[in-house]
Design a protein around this ligand. Structure first.
Ligand code: NAD
Length: 499
């Protein structure tokens, strides 16, 4: 059995706690490796090493730090296939999806190549007689990133690249389900010229996370995962005086207006609802057709498309639409939620329960499910299912559809399909959700904008990547300076004569 490691001071290091977690191959259901779970003592020692390395890095000028990012981006490109394979092997997603996972992380590294521009301060030479004001952005010190299983490359890259280029050291705790990609990224960063100790990848569970949250050296915590854990981490980090941004779960709705191109809307819903087995925080999990006729036609168009989906292991070829879910427990939970939908009166149009993949009978596969006539009081509507299940909530009017989204506890992403510009504009302006798509199902902003939800999808006040990331990973210092040669005796202001 392969025993995985941490990555400390530029080397792979075995765990010493004696505690391990299983890393599954989700397609076969077999345990493929054991990952060490760090103890508090290991975490504290690793953080202390990062704190030793950080001051020299902070004193390295930002252009040099950015050049590490340039070489890192090159290395990610050169190793794209190996990284994607590693993602698929532990996560189970298809190879095209895994390459997308790496690519969307790489794009944030590319923005970090221009970091010096984002790290500049401001200057004012007319604050008063002989008075200059200027501000500078300084790194925080040692920061932490805690990431989920569903994007093993993208989200660690969203954390490490802006944090490091801003002059910090980072303790990255990836998901114990998919730990290997972060270690490979750390090795590539070393090859790109990152000095040892600045990116420490430590594997672990709650014990490791709590040790990070309680360690006084850690200045900021960037978390991505489920809402209950996001809320917990935000609270504990803030109580300990740390800066925190914690991104949580989602329930993303798509409104389909009667004037929408229904073929395009159905295609989009199938990709956004079932891609990556629905294990995306920006997956569309609720379709909201407006009007009975729109709803009937939409279901008619969805069914044959969903029935055509090819479910399988990533090794079965590039035409597989989606793979297994992450664990047996995730599969059981998803199937249990489908049971509850049936019990609570929703119409199960397509049933993905009990799906058996030939040759992979112990894999964590769930077939695609489609519900119609879902109502907001049902568990399948209230819970984030995080599986290949699309719920349809029929709305009588645009206002009813908008209100449904407004009242939902989550606010990560949303979308509207319509041919009417006024409706689309009204929706974008009014909806209380962080990322909005207009005839666009998964509106993940490009890397020079920022990513973040509203309501219970995010705790903290700055988004991930883009300009917000540089604000999050630096603190501002403002200097007010007076030079007396600019002031005449008696306090009267005069510029020095230049002749
Ligand atoms: P999770 O909350 O179970 O785990 C996330 C991280 O927290 C992992 O590193 C895990 O080890 C750690 N963790 C788990 N339980 C903990 C506890 N009790 N105390 C301290 N740390 C703990 O999430 P997951 O299942 O890995 O990921 C799926 C979730 O992430 C979904 O809810 C999804 O919507 C969300 N997500 C959100 C975004 C976003 O940007 N909003 C992006 C991707 C995923």
């Amino acid at each position: 059995m392969q025993e995985l490691t941490h990555y400390v001071n530029g080397e792979k290091v075995a765990g010493t706690s004696g505690r391990f977690a299983d890393v599954f191959n989700p397609a076969t259901g077999e345990v493929q490796a054991k990952v060490p779970l760090a103890s508090k003592d290991e975490i504290d020692a690793i953080i202390a090493k990062a704190a030793e390395a950080q001051p020299a890095w902070a004193a390295t000028n930002p252009q040099r730090r950015a050049r590490v990012m340039m070489r890192f981006a090159d290395l990610i490109n050169q190793n794209m296939d190996q990284l994607a394979e590693l993602v698929s092997r532990e996560h189970g997603k298809t190879l095209p999806d895994a390459r997308g996972d790496v690519q969307r992380g790489l794009e944030v590294v590319e923005v970090c190549m221009g970091a010096p521009h984002m790290l500049k301060g401001e200057f004012m030479d007319s604050g008063g007689p002989g008075i200059d004001l200027y501000s500078m952005r300084q790194p925080l010190g040692v920061v932490a990133g805690i990431t989920p299983f569903n994007f093993p490359a993208m989200i660690p890259l969203w954390k490490m690249a802006p944090a490091l280029v801003s002059g910090n050291a980072m303790i990255l705790k990836p998901s114990e389900r998919c730990p290997s990609t972060s270690i490979m990224l750390a090795e590539l960063l070393k090859e790109a010229g990152l000095p040892d100790g600045l990116l420490q990848v430590v594997n672990g569970d709650k014990e490791a996370v709590d040790a990070i949250l309680d360690n006084e050296t850690i200045q900021a915590v960037g978390f991505v995962g489920s809402t209950p854990i996001a809320q917990y981490i935000y609270g504990r980090a803030a109580t300990n005086g740390k800066r925190a941004q914690c991104f949580g779960g989602a329930k993303n709705h798509m409104i389909i207006m009667p004037d929408a191109d229904l073929d395009k809307a159905a295609d989009a819903l199938v990709g956004a609802g079932y891609g990556a087995a629905g294990e995306r925080c920006m997956a569309i999990s609720v379709a909201v057709p407006v009007g009975e006729e729109t709803a009937d036609k939409l279901i008619e168009k969805l069914v044959p498309r969903i029935e055509k989906l090819k479910v399988g292991p990533y090794t079965a070829g590039e035409d597989v639409d989606y793979g297994p879910v992450i664990t047996a427990a995730a599969k059981a939970r998803i199937e249990g939620l489908i049971d509850s939908g049936v019990e609570q009166g929703a119409k199960l149009v397509l049933d993905g329960r009990g799906f058996q993949m030939q040759g992979y009978e112990n894999g964590f596969f769930v077939g695609p499910s489609l519900f119609d006539n879902v109502t907001p009081d049902m568990e399948i509507y209230k819970e984030e299912i995080f599986g290949p299940v699309l719920s349809t909530v029929r709305a009588k009017s645009y206002d009813e559809a908008l209100n449904l989204i407004m009242k939902n506890q989550y606010g990560n992403g949303t979308s509207i399909y319509t041919a009417d510009g006024d409706t689309a504009r009204d929706f974008a302006s009014k909806v209380n959700v962080g990322m909005v798509g207009i005839n666009f199902p998964i509106p993940v902003p490009l890397s020079y904008f920022t990513f973040g939800g509203w309501k219970k999808s995010a705790f903290g006040d700055l988004n991930q990547y883009g300009p917000d990331a540089f604000r999050f990973y630096t603190k501002t210092k403002t200097v007010t300076a007076r030079w007396f040669s600019g002031i005449k005796e008696g306090g009267e202001f005069a510029f020095k004569q230049m002749d």
